[in-house]
Design a protein around this ligand. Structure first.
Ligand SMILES: Cc1cc2nc3c(=O)[nH]c(=O)nc-3n(C[C@H](O)[C@H](O)[C@H](O)COP(=O)(O)O)c2cc1C
Length: 373
């Protein structure tokens, strides 16, 4: 291996005590290939097996904590104990290849496609539609439903523990339910769950507490709890960087194992103010210092990209699309073969890249995301 890449290959110990062998994380990526009953499919297991041999830890695709939170067709579920054997197969597959396994726990809220939901009705903190074409007006959640939702995140964490996962990542990013509670666009409530910035923090913090309680009650060995967030929203009103720095300060006090900053590109500045060019990831790293580790992500494809990002002081880097296109990314860098890393997804390599037809169809349905050639 070229010695300049060594910093990416140093082991890392999370605050909970879980150690990983290097600084590279597989980013959570939905693949729409689960079975209709919510079980992880054999194709998905093969996909994860092919990608778990090099990275320190794999964060799985998001999984719904309640059936009315399914955000994607072919999303595997974690909302009932019947699905624990399926989750166990996933955790074991990842761990057998040498990576730690983190389950991304999620509810889609108003972003759920109605046709995927049992009653066709998305829910959200308030009855405000997303500013997207054809977005349906969600039903405002009742206080009882909110309390049940908090418990559902705790219950799913217990299932992750019983299934043998090394951790969970609370999906508080990418416009989904936790972000909807934090956002002044989607949360117009006037009860204890909304109204002020402080109250918009209440649901994310309640979920963190429920997840940590599940860990304290059920985990018999160190267990990772991470939180993923998106720093800004384009909408007005919408989440601003000032809001996010308050959230980040609160989260930094929760003894979490990491904050994962979901942005399109690690080096991008503000999406609200194009004159503000400072990387949102770097801003958050500077804000939290050594209070909680940060995972940076976004358009980092080459080992040079990873080293430049690590040089900012962010201790962990997630790779997403790079690992879809190149399952052996780490092994190639380790062997000094980085020039052979794929930067496109050639259709004729589908089998070699261990991608199912569903996965290929999905990637082709989100043009601009993955260069399928
Ligand atoms: C096909 C695909 C599916 C994704 N699914 C998820 C997901 O389930 N949860 C999530 O938090 N982010 C998801 N993301 C976002 C990625 O985790 C990552 O933040 C994004 O791809 C940017 O990183 P990259 O440039 O390394 O790909 C997805 C991205 C892609 C390309």
């Amino acid at each position: 291996m070229n010695s300049k890449y060594e910093p990416a290959f140093k082991p890392f110990t999370f605050p909970s005590g879980v150690e990983i062998k290097n600084r590279i994380v597989m980013a959570p990526m939905t693949n729409t290939a689960a079975y209709d009953n919510g079980e992880v499919s054999d194709e998905e297991l093969a996909y994860y097996r092919a990608r778990s041999g090099g990275v320190g830890t794999v964060i799985t695709a998001c999984t719904y904590v309640k059936r009315n939170g399914q955000g994607f067709p072919g999303e595997f579920g974690a909302d009932s104990d019947e699905l624990i054997p399926s989750l166990k197969r996933l955790a074991t597959t990842i761990q057998e290849e040498g990576a730690k396994a983190i389950l991304q726990i999620f509810h889609g809220g108003r972003m759920c496609p109605p046709e995927l939901l049992p009653d066709g009705q998305p829910i959200s903190p308030s009855a405000v539609a997303a500013e997207r074409d054809d977005a349906m007006v969600p039903r405002e959640m009742t206080p009882e439903e909110i309390a049940e939702m908090v418990q559902a995140f705790g219950e799913t964490t217990r299932r992750a523990i019983e299934a043998g996962f090394d951790g969970v990542e609370i999906h508080g990013a990418n416009t989904y339910l936790l972000q909807q509670f934090f956002s002044p666009h989607s949360n117009r409530r006037t009860d204890k769950w909304g109204g002020t910035l402080e109250k918009r923090l209440a649901f994310p913090l309640a979920v963190v507490e429920a997840v940590k309680k599940a860990v304290a009650d059920h985990a018999e060995k160190p267990f990772i709890v991470g939180y993923r967030l998106s720093p800004e929203e384009r909408e007005n009103p919408g989440i601003t960087m000032e809001d996010t720095l308050v959230l980040v300060d609160k989260l930094a006090d929760q003894q979490l194992d990491y904050l994962h900053i979901s942005v399109g590109a690690f080096w991008n500045g503000s999406i609200r103010d194009t004159n503000d060019k400072t990387s949102r990831v770097v801003m958050i790293q500077e804000r939290v210092g050594d209070r909680v580790p940060v995972i940076g992500v976004g358009m980092l494809h080459t080992p040079e990209d990873v080293i430049a990002a690590l040089d900012t002081g962010v201790p962990l880097i997630a790779l997403g699309r790079a690992l879809i296109m190149e399952p052996k990314w780490i092994q190639k860098v380790e062997k000094g073969q980085e020039e052979t890393i794929r930067t496109t997804l050639p259709k004729e390599d589908q089998k070699e890249l261990v991608l199912s037809d569903e996965m290929m169809e999905y990637y082709q349905s989100i043009p601009g995301w993955i260069p399928v050639v």
